[in-house]
Design a protein around this ligand. Structure first.
Ligand code: DC
Length: 231
């Protein structure tokens, strides 16, 4: 079954010996910060001000084997809180605030300049890293993504209702005022609907090796690769 962008990105980073920067953690950490500081998420200016005044730091994950990054806000590790129900439901509101996006994009660009990494997010190829040496746009049919989400959620949600939610989310994402979901013109489109995780990672790795011939023995001289996907 098709795998999501974070899972594919993680495996890819493992194979290449790179870090994984899943940019969704930034919007989740911003949401957590607003909630713990008691700011109403609909108050765009107050949220933006709070985020501007907060210090976001990305560090290699505390667990040594992980290729991922932990995110700290004002010195506190937000990582254990990023999948909390409150964060999960609040993050689309925060991610839609233009002022927050501007601040997050700056941090993401600085982080990506640190070296070779797999950067995952919907606006990476278009907004964050328009000059990334490789851009891969992962996609899968709505049915496959709905099945994947239903399995991930493990809360007994039936596939039909998850499919309806997926369709609503797609419509909202591509119609969004700030950073709507757009495929970068120079991105390689990779449909994972019929691919296993291994096959998806094989395909992504092949694209990278073809586009970055200097990538020998896992060492690339060029910095940054962006994968972006729906959802
Ligand atoms: O990929 P995710 O579920 O962790 O993303 C969390 C939220 O942040 C979701 O609402 C999409 C949004 N997001 C975004 O708008 N831009 C990104 N580059 C990454 C995530």
């Amino acid at each position: 079954m098709a795998s999501g962008k974070t899972t594919v990105g993680r495996e890819l980073a493992n194979r290449l010996g790179w870090r994984l920067f899943d940019t969704g953690i930034m919007y989740r950490a911003a949401t957590w910060q607003a909630q713990r500081r008691g700011v109403h998420l609909d108050e765009e200016e107050t949220v933006t001000e709070l985020i501007r005044d907060s210090e976001f730091t990305l560090l290699p994950a505390a667990s040594g084997e992980s290729v991922e990054l932990d995110v700290y806000v004002d010195g506190d590790n937000a990582t254990p809180h990023l999948r909390d129900t409150a964060v999960e439901s609040g993050v689309p509101t925060v991610a839609a605030i233009a002022g927050v996006r501007t601040l997050m994009v700056e941090i993401q660009q600085a982080q990506a300049a640190e070296g070779c990494m797999v950067v995952v997010g919907r606006d990476i190829g278009t907004v964050v890293l328009p000059d990334a040496p490789v851009k891969i746009f992962l996609d899968a049919s709505q049915e496959v993504r709905a099945r994947r989400r239903a399995a991930e959620q493990q809360n007994g949600a039936d596939e039909a209702s998850v499919l309806r939610a997926t369709q609503r989310r797609d419509a909202r994402d591509s119609g969004r005022r700030t950073s709507p979901l757009v495929v970068a013109a120079d991105a390689v489109f990779l449909d994972t609907s019929e691919l296993s995780l291994d096959q998806s990672v094989d395909a992504a790795e092949a694209i990278i090796r073809e586009r970055m011939p200097e990538l020998v023995d896992g060492i690339a001289r060029s910095a940054g690769i962006a994968t972006s996907e729906e959802g």
